[in-house]
Write a protein that binds this ligand. Structure first.
Ligand SMILES: [Mn+2]
Length: 434
């Protein structure tokens, strides 16, 4: 009986939700949206809206300055989180409320569950996005080349790959990290946690997954960094689920725009410059979502390589849409490494239809130019949740145990600087080790 009642209640809720959606979307034909051409139409409509509509509360989350188009030889600006925290008065009531909802009350089982109700959804979500923009993505912390650079002398460094709405994995990771952070604070040790992008799409819990990660990053501002993945982008979101999730669970036409506006501001690159007291030179661990960007593509000759750590010649990633970004930004989000290239080839066009597959020679040269020791990235699905390339200098990690129809061993990557360099990395299985 109870389950019958429950089912009926759910149906009623669903109906009310659908009606609300119809009200909000008015003249947009829902059947039409299912076909691809209608998606394109809708997309163009959204693009037009981005440009012409008076931003309707998005003012707070948009960058005030013009997108950065060109720069040369920019000195590295390091994140100085301690003086930032000392100088800023941090107030994050929305993050606190979301934290209470996800972490304290464990409200993560039902995608329709949301704080408040439909009337407050947009307000609260925008509140959180505003807090993330103001603190986590503050221009004082992010370098002019749209990267985070920071120093570490010791402690532990963690990387989380694509989570794609797999909130079970995310929840497990966050609970583990909270413990690690508390331990580090007690022992006065350093700790950093970097999320490599791809928070949404592929899973009905994707909105919650994203909001949970943003909440964690705001709550633990001192330790957590978030990057943009190729799924924090409009055309991909229209196609792979996020757009549907919003329509289904949070029926608000403008909320999709708000998220897309927000995604534009996520940085593409993070670099840890690790140097203990006994080291003469720092070792640089670069992370990004997809792969290393290069200038020209003859496939058989060594390309010209940009130094993205000391300053990009050209980066214009502040767009909601991949087509409008510059070539280097697109490649950072989409490129993949490849182990077995024909001997005469240095890289290949990607089967994904955007970006490239790069081989060891180009990778080694890129690392030279960028004075980097290791590269950490996500973007690729491996059943074992990870793969190392190029003599353990490139680490690829995937952190969603449920991906489309596959089950896999999702992992996170840990560096423990108390161990010798060559042996300081370990992959942890999220649903087993954490
Ligand atoms: Mn990806």
């Amino acid at each position: 009986m109870t389950s019958m009642k429950q089912k009926k209640k759910e149906e009623q809720e669903k109906k009310a939700m659908e009606e609300a959606l119809m009200d909000i979307m008015e003249d947009i034909n829902l059947e039409e949206q299912k076909s691809e051409s209608a998606f394109i139409k809708k997309l163009n409509l959204l693009r037009a809206e981005f440009k012409t509509e008076e931003p309707f509360t998005t003012t707070d989350i948009l960058p005030k300055e013009e997108p950065i188009i060109s720069m040369r030889s920019v000195a590295i600006k390091f994140v100085d989180i301690d003086s930032f925290l000392a100088k800023e008065k941090i107030e994050t009531p929305f993050a606190e409320e979301f934290w209470d909802f996800y972490y304290e009350n464990k409200q993560i089982s039902d995608p329709r569950k949301y704080l408040g109700g439909i009337a407050t959804i947009r307000e609260k979500t925008l509140g959180l996005l505003g807090e993330v923009s103001e603190y986590v993505l503050n221009p004082d912390l992010i370098d002019i080349n749209h990267a985070f650079n920071e120093k570490m002398q010791s402690g532990k460094l963690y990387y989380v790959g694509d989570t794609h709405g797999s909130i079970v994995d995310t929840d497990r990771c966050i609970r583990f990290f909270v413990k690690q952070i508390k331990e580090a604070e007690t022992n006065n040790e350093e700790i950093k946690i970097i999320f490599l992008g791809d928070y949404v799409d592929r899973n009905k819990m994707d909105i919650h997954n994203l909001l949970y990660i943003l909440t964690f990053a705001t709550k633990y501002l001192k330790y957590v960094r978030i990057l943009r993945g190729n799924h924090e982008e409009t055309t991909v979101n229209m196609r792979y689920g996020f757009w549907h999730s919003i329509n289904k669970y949070l029926p608000n036409l403008y909320l999709f725009n708000d998220f897309e506006y927000f995604f534009m501001r996520l940085p593409l690159v993070h670099a840890v410059h690790y140097q203990s007291e006994s080291m003469a030179e720092p070792r640089v661990i670069v992370s990004l979502h997809g792969g290393i960007p290069i200038y020209d593509k003859s496939f058989t000759e060594m390309p010209e390589i940009p130094n993205i750590i000391e300053g990009l010649d050209l980066i214009d990633s502040i767009h909601s849409n991949i087509d409008e970004m510059d070539d280097l930004s697109q490649q950072i989000l989409w490129n993949d490494p490849v182990d077995d290239l024909p001997p005469e080839m240095l890289f290949l066009p990607s089967k994904r239809g955007i970006g490239f597959n790069f081989g060891k020679k180009v990778f080694d040269e890129w690392m030279n130019v960028n004075k980097a020791d290791r590269l950490i990235r996500g973007h690729e699905v491996f059943l074992e949740g990870f793969r190392n390339f190029f003599n353990d200098r490139l680490f690829s990690v995937f952190s969603s145990s449920k991906y489309v129809f596959r089950r896999l061993e999702s992992k996170i990557l840990e560096f423990d600087f108390s161990k010798p360099w060559e042996k300081n990395w370990t992959y942890l299985t999220i649903l087993k080790d954490l």
